[in-house]
Every structure is written in structure tokens, then in C-alpha cells.
Ligand binder design. Structure first.
Ligand code: ZN
Length: 142
């Protein structure tokens, strides 16, 4: 169980693989938000050996696709009124929008204002396929 007693409202991202906490912190641009953010690294965990955890103690529009990309198999807990109001197990997103950039310089997504859309091509290694030009690429966040 996570101790959420001190958070009235916010988000706790738990079960982050040890070492990925700081990557997720940077990917989500958490240094830019107003409010308290706590990154705990190397917490002893029975299941995982060690894990990282991030607490965001404010309103934050969390991009779960991005969480899935950087820290797949983490758990997102939404906190309202000091309780967990929603708990979500995060996986690699099957489809992802607006997070990755196509590596094909000729791709239309790099020249026109269209939604960047990718589909999961393989999970190990993590590869995504551009829905516009079929370029397959690895996730540059992992
Ligand atoms: Zn493309």
C-alpha cells in the first residue's frame, strides 16, 4: 500500500522500474509544473527488488501514453479527497498519438500539421510503425 495520507489531490505513479523514475520525470516535464512533485528512487519492493515512485501533488493532465512508453507496467493512482479514486495499470500503448516523431525525413507528419500517429509493431524490442509512411522505429524514450 502507498501512503497517500498527505495527498488530498494528485497522482501517484507506482511500480516504476528502478532507474526509470528520472526518465519519466523528465519525459513528463515535471520540473515545469507548479506544485509539489516527489520522485522516490530505489524503494525496496518485494515484487520488483527495487522500484521508483513519483507523487504529483497537484492537478496534472497526465499523458498515460507517455507513461506507458517510458515506464510500461507501472501503476497510476489518481487521488481525490485523500483517497485513490482510480487505479490504472499502464501498458505499452497499442496506438500512440502526438508523442513520437517519425524518423523518416520525407514523412508528411514532419512537413504538415497532422496528428502524428503510431502503432505498436513489436514489444520486445519496443518498435512503433508510423501510420502515414510505414516507417518502423524504436521508441527513443526507452
Ligand atoms: Zn512517418
Amino acid at each position: 500500500m502507498i501512503n497517500v495520507s498527505k495527498i488530498r489531490k494528485g497522482i501517484v505513479i507506482d511500480h516504476i522500474k528502478a532507474g526509470d523514475g528520472i526518465k519519466l520525470y523528465r519525459a513528463l516535464n515535471l520540473e515545469k509544473i507548479q506544485g509539489v512533485v516527489v520522485l522516490m528512487a530505489g524503494i525496496p519492493s518485494e515484487k520488483m527488488g527495487k522500484k521508483d515512485l513519483i507523487k504529483i501533488e497537484t492537478d496534472f493532465d497526465l499523458n498515460t501514453d507517455l507513461v506507458g512508453l517510458v515506464a510500461p507496467s507501472s501503476t497510476v493512482n489518481m487521488i481525490e479527497d485523500g483517497r485513490v479514486s482510480k487505479k490504472e495499470k499502464i501498458c505499452l500503448p497499442k496506438k500512440i498519438k502526438g508523442v513520437l516523431t517519425c524518423i523518416n525525413p520525407a514523412c508528411v507528419t514532419n512537413h504538415q500539421d497532422v496528428d502524428k500517429l503510431f502503432e505498436l509493431e513489436s514489444e520486445d524490442p519496443v518498435r512503433y510503425r508510423c501510420c502515414y509512411c510505414d516507417q518502423v522505429m524504436r521508441s527513443d524514450r526507452g
